[in-house]
Design a protein around this ligand. Structure first.
Ligand SMILES: Nc1ncnc2c1ncn2[C@@H]1O[C@H](COP(=O)(O)OP(=O)(O)OP(=O)(O)O)[C@@H](O)[C@H]1O
Length: 266
């Protein structure tokens, strides 16, 4: 699954800006995400995460700047770029009246995957998340966490090399959140897939991750967590985030809405 060992980054965002009328949602955003790693796109509500995802997935046209997926420009060669991309959007998108298998088969057909291959792939991917026995169940009978896992399977059906997830754990309980994140981390470790994980919850960041901190449409820092912590002279990513964004409280997750953060500079 891994692509371009010595080639371009999995995703390269260069000087991308986007406005809704007078409102500037992204302001000259630049960062690159490395191959075979989980990169967390960390930003509070309104930071611009969903706007960025809409541009990367070609839902919106990139008018300022450039976005490349494994070196393929999303404007110039959208087919090449999108073929390598799997996306899990923040909003739930399963058809609740269809079975798990029907939801997945429909998506496979959209990607031009033949029926036999689709069947085998659906079985293999559902088995990996212990949901093979739910194939014929209606989507509406699943829990929120199970629906999310099926959406992840759906995003992986065409074997993308880069997976984008926008606030994938929103609305889930602590255990389901941990399960989803563990599933994604296993994908990265075992398949070498590159992942961009957007969240506003700092406790979803691990010390081994790469992170891009987005605030009010601007990138405040990007790179390995350890590097950002060192550069900001803080003790951990939570303090680094607070220091960079000038916050005095940082959203964690798992039922704890906010906790006071030490080291805020502004
Ligand atoms: N369709 C729209 N029309 C006008 N303004 C918008 C629109 N969509 C987003 N915005 C604004 O652009 C900014 C970035 O929003 P965006 O949804 O990309 O952020 P986000 O980080 O994904 O936040 P959230 O997690 O709350 O969705 C916000 O100020 C938001 O109000």
């Amino acid at each position: 699954m891994r692509e371009g060992e010595n080639g371009p980054p999995a995703l390269e965002v260069s000087a991308v800006s986007h406005s809704y009328g007078q409102k500037k949602a992204l302001d000259a955003v630049s960062f690159a995400i490395p191959l075979g790693r989980l990169t967390v796109l960390l930003g509070l509500n309104g930071a611009g995460k969903t706007t960025l995802f809409s541009l990367i997935s070609h839902l919106y046209d990139t008018r300022q700047g450039a976005i490349r997926v494994f070196g393929h420009d999303i404007r110039q060669t959208p087919g090449e770029a999108l073929r390598r991309l799997g996306i899990v959007f923040q909003a739930r998108t399963l058809d609740l009246d269809l079975s798990v298998g029907q939801n997945l088969a429909y998506h496979a057909a959209l990607h031009g995957i033949g029926r036999l291959r689709a069947k085998a792939r659906i079985h293999a991917l559902l088995s990996q998340i212990d949901m093979a026995d739910r194939l014929h169940d209606k989507a509406r009978s699943l829990s929120g966490g199970q629906m999310r896992r099926v959406e992840i399977v759906r995003a992986l059906l065409h074997d993308p090399s880069l997976l984008l997830l926008d606030e994938a754990t929103v609305g889930l309980d602590i255990r389901s959140r941990a399960d989803i994140l563990a599933t994604i981390r296993a994908l990265v470790a075992e398949k070498g897939i590159s992942v961009l994980w957007a969240t506003h919850l700092i406790d979803e960041v691990d010390d081994r991750d790469e992170v891009v901190i987005l605030d009010k449409g601007r990138v405040l820092a990007a790179g390995p967590v350890t590097e950002i912590v060192t550069k900001t002279g803080t003790a951990d990513i939570r303090q680094a985030f607070a220091a960079l964004s000038g916050l005095t409280a940082v959203p964690l997750g798992g039922g704890a809405p906010t906790l006071p953060a030490v080291g805020a500079r502004r």
